[in-house]
Design a protein around this ligand. Structure first.
Ligand code: SF4
Length: 333
């Protein structure tokens, strides 16, 4: 999503006659921050301090930055703008402040695409409030784009030669104008292309969506679905709103509809309270499901979230050990 937003920023800057320049020569630097994890904020800060207070540089910070982190990005030539205000970038650059546009009209700016995959945001924000996650605070509540607007963008990127589309959203399958209907509409666009979507949340994966998977012709039968943990106690502490049995039965239903489905997932190891026994439940469900790929994260507290108030009681060494055990099981077979 961050890359996709940057493509729209680039397009808007080009409309305003800005030209790309080297880091040293640039008069304007826009930092489109992704600060979902603490580690990311620390890295952004590393870059930021090179530019702050340089007389010839104007710095704008946008993207997912929680309010608490904003104080870190201070300097006489530094300002914040909300990505939702991208349509008004010229005014922001001239020093005017704006009211955020709640409808996300900046999605109507055609992005300056690059690479092989055309990213198309279909919704943004999240209403789920998983206890470790900053997204509901940085991106706000869920807002979906109308189907017609998405289809127009999809047709345009296909006409320009793209063969691969990735529909984006923090919680893609809770798309409010009927995710199953959108998938079918994309699948029916004529032409030789494939498409996928991410990220899916088990909690919002309805039977109707699962049935639709079996009907799609341009979807490569690859599904990314974030499990996060295979232990009920930890899932509850994470506020994930499903338990391991529900997750497993969802996977069974998906495999019934799409027998050759390739499943990938996200897993957090070392969440507060995850004992060695509880971690074994994650390990065991992974053995039963056979994910082909897992994005594994060692838990780190994110300031401002609920879990940051819990005791981070698994040592770094143990987190690393659990990471490696899962990595070995799933990614390095
Ligand atoms: S569903 Fe995803 S984006 Fe939403 S709060 Fe949970 S982890 Fe964050």
């Amino acid at each position: 999503m961050n890359v996709s937003d940057s493509q729209r920023i680039e397009s808007k800057l080009s409309d305003l006659d800005y030209k790309p320049a080297s880091e040293k020569e640039a008069g304007l630097v826009i930092i489109n921050a992704c600060s979902v994890r603490q580690h990311a904020v620390d890295r952004i800060w590393g870059h930021f301090k090179k530019w702050a207070d340089q007389d010839k540089k104007q710095i704008l910070v946008t993207g997912c930055v929680i309010k608490k982190d904003r104080s870190v990005f201070r300097g006489k030539n530094v300002a914040f703008f909300d990505i939702k205000d991208l349509n008004n970038l010229d005014k922001v650059l001239a020093g005017f402040t704006h009211k955020e546009d709640e409808k996300f009209e900046y999605f109507s700016i055609m992005p300056k695409l690059s690479g092989k995959i055309a990213y198309i945001p279909i919704m943004t924000g999240c209403n789920n409030f998983c206890s470790y996650c900053a997204v509901p605070y940085t991106r706000g509540r869920e807002v979906s784009r109308p189907i017609e607007e998405i289809l127009t963008e999809a047709r345009a990127v296909l006409e320009s030669g793209y063969k691969e589309i990735l529909l984006l959203g923090q919680n893609v399958n809770s798309y409010e104008y009927d995710f199953a209907k959108l998938l079918i509409a994309i699948d029916m666009i004529p032409g030789d292309f494939k498409f996928n979507f991410m990220s899916s949340n088990p909690h919002d994966m309805t039977d109707n969506i699962v049935k639709t998977f079996g009907k799609l012709k341009k979807w490569p039968n690859e599904l990314h679905i974030a499990m996060q943990s295979g232990d009920d106690e930890i899932l509850k502490k994470m506020n994930r709103k499903y338990n391991s049995e529900e997750f497993f039965s969802l996977i069974k239903k998906i495999k019934e509809q799409v027998p050759d489905v390739k499943l990938s997932t996200d897993i957090i190891v070392g969440f507060p309270g995850e004992t060695k026994e509880l971690f074994l439940n994650t390990l065991n469900i992974c053995k039963k499901i056979s994910f082909y790929k897992a994005y594994i994260f060692k838990y780190s507290p994110r300031l401002g979230t609920v879990s940051a108030k819990m005791s981070d009681d698994v040592s770094d060494e143990e987190k690393k050990r659990r990471f490696e055990e899962l990595d070995q099981l799933i990614n390095k077979r």
